[in-house]
Design a protein around this ligand. Structure first.
Ligand code: NI
Length: 206
């Protein structure tokens, strides 16, 4: 009963046209190109990755077998979308209490240039303590993003001193074997996410 994943150009502009407009008078809002992907079968979302965690250790996706994976791509300089997504994940995991240890929440950067392991560690201190922050080489990131069908792009803005990143902002739920179950919008209700996690945990628990 796992529905096929249809991505209808749901992209998040972390650049925050909003941020630009708030802080830089006269900044022009930029829009992401409309991008519709065709229907993607579940087997096509997810796959192997090897990256560096916030402790500086190399880890592979296989390290999380036996746990559900909650995978979210973003970057630490993101002004609003990523913090919102990570807050939702944190709130849902808090709701689970002890069962949260059956879930591996993973934040994968799309901005390895700035997101060093140290930066990831500092940033994740504000969120659930179980969160794993993964970074690596541009190639590492590209491989992980491709596996999850995640779109990302560096967005330069002459009006801003810092570049930003456009990126897909789904939260992916993967089963204990690393296979795709479903995905959520980054602004999903924490209760809804927690309820789904409980259901999946009940299935693996027995
Ligand atoms: Ni973001």
């Amino acid at each position: 009963m796992r529905a096929k994943l249809t991505i209808v150009g749901l992209l998040a502009a972390c650049a925050g046209a909003l941020g630009a407009l708030t802080f830089i008078p006269g900044a022009v809002e930029t829009f992401l190109p409309k991008r519709s992907m065709t229907t993607v079968g579940q087997a096509m979302v997810g796959g192997p990755f090897e990256m560096t965690n916030q402790a500086g250790e190399r880890v592979r996706d296989e390290a999380y077998r036996g746990k559900l994976m909650l995978v979210y791509f973003g970057f630490t300089y993101c002004p609003d979308i990523c913090p919102a997504g990570l807050q939702v994940m944190t709130a849902a995991l808090d709701e689970l209490g002890k069962d949260a240890d059956k879930v591996a929440p993973i934040f994968i950067t799309v901005d390895p240039e700035r997101d060093t392991p140290e930066q990831m560690k500092r940033y994740l201190d504000s969120f659930h303590p179980g969160l794993v922050g993964l970074t690596g080489s541009a190639k590492d990131v590209d491989k992980a993003a491709k596996a999850y069908r995640v779109y990302y792009r560096k967005a330069e803005d002459a009006a801003l001193s810092e570049y930003t990143m456009d990126h897909t902002s789904f939260i992916y739920l993967m089963d204990v074997n690393g296979r795709y179950i479903t995905h959520f919008a980054h602004a999903v209700e924490p209760d809804k996410l927690a309820a789904r996690l409980r259901r999946e945990i009940a299935q693996i628990g027995g």
